[in-house]
Design a protein around this ligand. Structure first.
Ligand code: FMN
Length: 313
């Protein structure tokens, strides 16, 4: 059955974004959290605890994502998540960042098949009753690596394999290779989820028609237009008023929770990098937003923007 998922995006789709998006627009059957990264201290950071907190995610179907290359850290973190009521845990095999891959984590594991095997053996031996999903790229530097990686992954009872069909060295450049996903769908019995460059309702419909038995995960397209999955499930596109309310509520949560203007503005700038695509003619606004040295200047720029704004669709 085709389902739509919200992708994990560090700094963008954290619990505050999920709260507001889910309440206002919904449409996602699951929301994978930006990764948490357990280590030898066997304790989560405050930000990670918030990300996993049932209260902050109340009513939202959340799948915590874990980034590690050590089975004992994953198993500890998964049990912590289970004790908070989360039934499924996702393993990150896709993060391309040099600081992550340099430690053989995320996509770094894709060039270390033996380490990956040990990690998966340890995870699936210790957690036979938990639903474990995996989100992966198709290789380190060449798509030709994918058949061997898939053969390895297939030996485990992965409850859903999300495939982002780029290799690590591409980061987010070039096009996601939908042919590789098609090949994967023809060659594996694992439940699949497609992820990459799905940004319009037309894309969503096309994916739904081509892969009716799989799921589709949307990242940047959903941050750009938080109503995208509502539209995929037959609902209307967001109105200008809804987008303004979405912005104001999220901004209000950042202002409430962060101390000082700097972290608030940092988060809002990240959001606008994508959210601006919902509107026409955003150059002046984006300049003003980037220039705003404090929240007052930011609020003035955004008020003016919404006064003049026109939707891009
Ligand atoms: C700023 C940013 C943060 C991301 N954080 C994560 C993350 O924490 N975990 C993860 O698995 N993928 C992460 N990703 C990758 C996205 O989940 C997704 O795979 C990627 O954006 C491609 O999908 P899209 O074209 O629908 O955006 C991140 C991507 C970006 C651009």
């Amino acid at each position: 059955m085709l389902e739509w998922y919200a992708a994990p995006m560090e700094g963008l789709t954290g619990w505050r974004w999920r709260q507001v998006q889910h309440e206002m627009f919904g449409g996602a059957a699951l929301y994978v959290t930006p990764f948490v990264s357990p280590n030898g201290n066997f304790s989560f950071q405050r930000k990670e605890l918030e990300e996993l907190d049932p209260e902050r995610n109340r009513g939202i179907p959340v799948v915590p994502q874990i980034l590690t290359n050590r089975a004992e850290y994953f198993v500890w973190a998964a049990k912590e998540c289970r004790s908070r009521g989360w039934a499924q845990i996702d393993l990150n095999l896709g993060c391309p960042s040099g600081t992550v891959t340099g430690k053989n984590k995320g996509a770094g594991l894709l060039r270390q098949p033996e380490l990956l095997r040990q990690l998966l053996d340890g995870i699936f031996d210790a957690l036979p009753d938990m639903k474990i999903s995996v989100k992966t790229r198709i290789g380190w530097e060449r798509a030709e690596e994918w058949p061997a990686l898939l053969a390895l992954l297939e030996t485990y009872p992965i409850c859903r394999l999300t495939v982002h069909p780029r290799v690590r060295t591409q980061f987010y450049k070039g096009a996601a290779d939908r042919e590789v996903f098609r090949w994967t769908a023809e060659h594996t019995a694992l439940p699949l989820c497609y992820n990459g460059d799905v940004t319009t309702v037309r894309d969503l419909r096309e994916m739904g028609e081509t892969f009716p038995d799989d799921a589709v995960m949307v990242g940047r397209g959903l941050v750009a237009d938080p109503s995208l999955l509502r539209q995929a499930t037959g609902g209307p596109a967001a109105s200008l008023e809804e987008l303004r309310e979405f912005h104001d509520r999220l901004y209000g949560l950042y202002c409430r929770d962060f101390s000082g203007d700097v972290p608030v503005l940092h988060h809002m700038r990240e959001l606008w990098n994508y959210f601006s695509r919902s509107f026409r003619e955003t150059d002046t606004l984006l300049r003003q937003v980037r220039k705003a040295g404090d929240c007052r200047a930011y609020e003035t720029a955004v008020r003016q923007f919404f006064y003049d704004a026109e939707l891009s669709h």
